[in-house]
Design a protein around this ligand. Sequence first.
Ligand code: ADP
Ligand code: MG
Length: 622
Amino acid sequence: MPRIHQLPPLVVSKIAAGEVIERPASVVKELLENAVDAGSRRIDVEIEQGGAELIRVVDDGCGIDADDLPLAFASHATSKLQTADDLFRIGTLGFRGEALNSVGGVAQVALQSRPPEQGCGAQITCHGGELGPVRPWNGSPGTRVEVRHLFFNTPVRRKFLRTHATEFGHISEAFTRVALAHARPAFDATPGAKPAKGLHLTLRHNNKLVYEVPASMALLDRIGVFFGREVSQSLYAIQARRGDAALTGYVADPSCERGTTKMQYLFLNGRWIRDRSVGHALQEAYRGLLMTGRYAVAFLFLDLPPDQVDVNVHPTKAEVRFRDSQSLHHLVFTTVRDRLRAENLTARLQVPSTIRPDGEIVPDRAPLFDRPEPLPLSSEPWALTPDAPPHPTLPFAPPASAPAPLPPVVAHAPPVSDAHQPPPLPVLPSLPASNKVIQLYDAYLVMETEKGMLVIDQHALHERILFEQLKARLRNGTLESQRLLIPEPVDLTAEQAARTLEAREELAELGLGVDDFGGGTVLVTSYPSLLSRRSPATILKAVVDHLVSQDRPPSREVLFNDLLSLMACHAAVRAGDRLTPEQIAALIEQRHLVDDTHHCPHGRPTALLFSKHDLDRQFRRI
Ligand code: ADP
Ligand code: MG
């Protein structure tokens, strides 16, 4: 029988190192954080061979007392924490006292340091956990740490290292995070005071300077250095406060979207972190402006009193626990959403070429329409002619005051055999100047407005209108559902069935009734009337796909939004549906009734505006 024994300290530190030191970039991160905690104004990082051979970090911070040098490599040895209570008011990046111990356990480290107030410094080495003697060192004030041959004594780990370029990429990312977190503050606290300086940082790889970020370089310019002008020039500044929490930073125009969340930087009290809830709030704020699967670019800086957050929940402190996660979610969501709304964002169209009089198409260096005008805000009246009479009998009444009954034909559409037959739109009593709207390719509506020529995607617009109306109906509990005489069994995986049944109440509110049949089978008992052209199984599967694709059960709001957009998409007219003049007019008339007519619920633009000014200019009239 195997006997229990206490592991020797060397083995313990190797195990701990496994958690903290995953690759060269982890070492760089820890050393940078130590240098920041030491109050440095300048940090120089030198890397050789992707960090596998050498990582050197030199700072001008407070230094380490000669007597403390051996302790710096001890496990759980730190100068940043005294009592357990301090854990809940952490003001430094480090506090676990494990980084140097871990690095020292898996590399050959030389630590040289001199506190500025002392005439001479001292040095020590730690090779695979073995400490050398403390010797005098005659260097400049600050600390210099050299890490050579990382994982020299853990060959398996070393084998896991990727190419130098890849490892350097990770290092570069760690460096970027520190450089962004410690830029000169955009707004100086006391007016008239000397402007606060940021951190001066350099990064070299194989003796080549890769980045140099001077202390005076502001955040926006730093973003430009690391991500290019394409990003830094499409940012909108944000600044908000809620109680003790402050949020500053930048969010990018939706046109700057990415395929991953990697460019969503979040910093909490100077520390880069990941946070699902904040990420979710950000993504929600862009709802309707980005296609599914596309992510916003953002640089968010949260400042909270240290006792509002527990940073001691993750070995590398990349995740934290907020006391009041909900109010942070709200802060981020409302701040970003309001900022984007203030920009009145619309799709930006760039026409790549011009047709010359001789018929030849020439690429245009300057975009034909550099920036289409913002569409009129939804609050503005949006009729075909400015003095068009109001239509009190309009079947789609404004949702805010009195929830509109849905156009009856759409709401009660019986199953239609020909799926391509467009659901009829309501007929309007009278039509002003509708000859100014034409349908092209059975997909687009082109109309004249005071501001210019508007091209509308008929499906996207109708979908948006239906979506807003469905939302209003849901709020008022008037969403209709169709009961199935014989409940339809749908076979799902165990996880899918569990997720579906968890969301049973919300689904019922949307008119989708589900019951447990056991063994992964779910019974559909009713479904939303608007979706009557789809089979109950198809509806349920679409819902299930959505539920399971989320990491965690979606919030009620997200679930409702997604399912309503599914319904709206299904019920709306499609590209390829020829519309009657009455239907066209009805669509145009509804346009001002909805909150955000610029984008369909899936994020595609619903309309593009070619301003009159641009048309005149392109035809050389002005
Ligand atoms: P932690 O940062 O969690 O305290 P570390 O193992 O990273 O633990 O460092 C141990 C201690 O060594 C720190 O608490 C600090 O006192 C000292 N130290 C490490 N690096 C530096 C540095 N660059 N400048 C000054 N002191 C340092
Ligand atoms: Mg540390």
